[in-house]
Design a protein around this ligand. Sequence first.
Ligand SMILES: [Zn+2]
Ligand SMILES: [Zn+2]
Length: 133
Amino acid sequence: MADNPPPPPPNPYVAKRPTDKWRHRGVTYCRVFGQWECEMCGKKWDSGYTWVAIKKYEQNLDVSHFKNKKDRMYQRCSPCNKKNPNKHEAKLVSFKLLENNVKLVKGPGHIRNLCGKCNKGAICDRAKVGLKV
Ligand SMILES: [Zn+2]
Ligand SMILES: [Zn+2]
């Protein structure tokens, strides 16, 4: 680190729905809109079910602070996971507040077997149980 930027201003997370917060093993996560990239094949996608540690979110830290397992729930790349199941985690490229962004998510919807939170039994999109995912 060459220079010392001033600490970023705090950024309180306001949950719009009770389900926007999730507690797991002593860490509370909050739901945000994330952009992901697979470092193996370069595939990119957006997810309205991106979960980051609320403590770090509220410190307004940039995305480079959200690399570890406890700082964000992982997501996996669909094609790469087919080739090598459970062998990689995608990179969280950026994230922002969910509101107004969730409608912009394109693609097949939330893929539960590629999501760390869903894989722990806490299904993100439980409301849409009838959907094939
Ligand atoms: Zn990939
Ligand atoms: Zn999920």
